[in-house]
Design a binder for this molecule. Structure first.
Ligand code: M6R
Length: 364
């Protein structure tokens, strides 16, 4: 049941710390600070490139996975939505491998991608939440997310659990390919081990996010901006908002603003910025400043370090725990989900069962 929560989605949002802890404990050793992966169906040292295929939020998790794997393991990754991948007839390398991401493990387009990949001789590893699902059974190997049943149609804890597994995979590949030292591995796993605690701290920002939601609920259109691994999280924020509040939202790579979407900017369009401090901060901040100069209302999520510079032009700054670059996408996914939740509640929509949507999309 829902316990003391109004909706399954709210309950599931509050399970983030526990689910992240459970999932991370499955794939990394807190004592030695090492990633511990089960036997994989392919050797990350030998594969020439990886394909990632998924749908919806699971695809956005895969997109973050792509950034991580390319950065930490220097392994080229192609990420695509399953419905495009399967008809694109892409050239697949000999000895290649794929990662499929899915909560349900039953999504029709991704099941078709799975069969196509295996027929093309690719080894398929799936990251799934339902152990007895078709995808888990038909893949060459499966890594489970330990999210428990997710009832709300909008994916929340399953999404962050997917990120947690992909983060461990990226570290494991990096180690295997000798791109990461033991020291690097220790630093990265340490950052992941701090994620559940930070997630709990973010859930305590609920009141602040409710205040932001009251503003967003009045808007007709909303823009989400992020750069690097926060770009897929901007897309996820927009997807969640559309899905459950029916407000039109778009996610953009911050650097793409000036190539079109900046024409939309006026006082009516809230711009939700995901902008943690780090190597990409300056660039994103300057994109946001350009939007602010055109009357854009910047609502920024950042950490203590980013708060000072952003508050010079942002209408609202919500301070997040300082988590470092690597773990940031996992943590910044939480407030955008919370935001969508509160906006939907204010709008009075059916949060757990949004119109026209099914939890598991078993038609193509
Ligand atoms: O079960 P799957 O993870 O394969 O589902 C994929 C998408 O249908 C799913 O993530 C969808 O986008 C969610 N409703 C988003 O919240």
């Amino acid at each position: 049941g829902k316990g003391n929560y109004r909706h399954f989605m709210e309950k599931e949002l509050h399970e983030h710390p526990a689910v992240l802890g459970d999932t991370l404990r499955q794939y990394l050793d807190p004592k030695t600070l090492e990633v511990r992966l089960p036997r994989l169906p392919f050797d990350p040292v030998r594969v020439p490139r990886l394909t990632i295929s998924a749908c919806g939020s699971a695809f956005l998790a895969g997109m973050v996975g792509r950034y991580w794997i390319e950065q930490l393991a220097r392994l080229p990754v192609d990420a695509d939505v399953a419905s495009e991948f399967r008809y694109r007839d892409p050239p697949l390398p000999e000895g290649g491998a794929a990662i499929l991401v899915s909560q349900s493990g039953e999504t029709a387009d991704n099941m078709a991608a799975l069969r196509l990949l295996r027929e093309a001789g690719q080894k398929v590893l799936s990251v799934v939440n339902v152990p007895e699902s078709s995808m888990a059974r038909e893949s060459d190997g499966a890594l489970l997310t330990v999210a428990g049943p997710e009832i709300g149609v909008a994916s929340t804890k399953a999404f962050t659990a997917q990120l947690a597994v992909l983060a461990c995979l990226a570290i494991g590949f990096g180690r295997a390919r000798r791109e990461l030292s033991t020291l690097d591995e220790g630093r990265l796993t340490q950052a992941l081990l701090e994620v559940p605690g930070h997630a709990a701290a973010i859930l305590e920002r609920d009141e602040q996010i409710k205040t932001l939601a009251a503003e967003v609920a009045k808007a007709r259109d909303v823009l989400f901006l992020g750069r690097g691994s926060l770009y897929p999280i901007a897309l996820e924020g927009a997807l969640k908002l559309k899905e459950i509040s029916y407000i039109h939202a778009e996610g953009y790579a911050a650097g793409e603003m000036k190539h079109g979407p900046i024409a939309l900017i006026d006082r009516e369009v809230p711009v939700i910025a995901l902008c943690p401090s780090g190597p990409l901060f300056e660039k994103t901040a300057s994109n946001l400043q350009e939007a602010a100069a055109r009357g854009g209302r910047i609502m920024a999520f950042t950490d203590a370090e980013g708060a000072g510079p952003l508050s010079r032009f942002a209408e609202r700054v919500i301070e997040m725990p300082h988590a470092g670059d690597f773990a940031a996408p996992i943590l910044y996914a939480i407030p955008v989900q919370l935001l969508a939740y509160h906006v939907a509640v204010l709008k009075g929509t059916d949060v757990d069962q949004p119109r026209n949507l099914a939890k598991s999309v078993t038609v193509e």
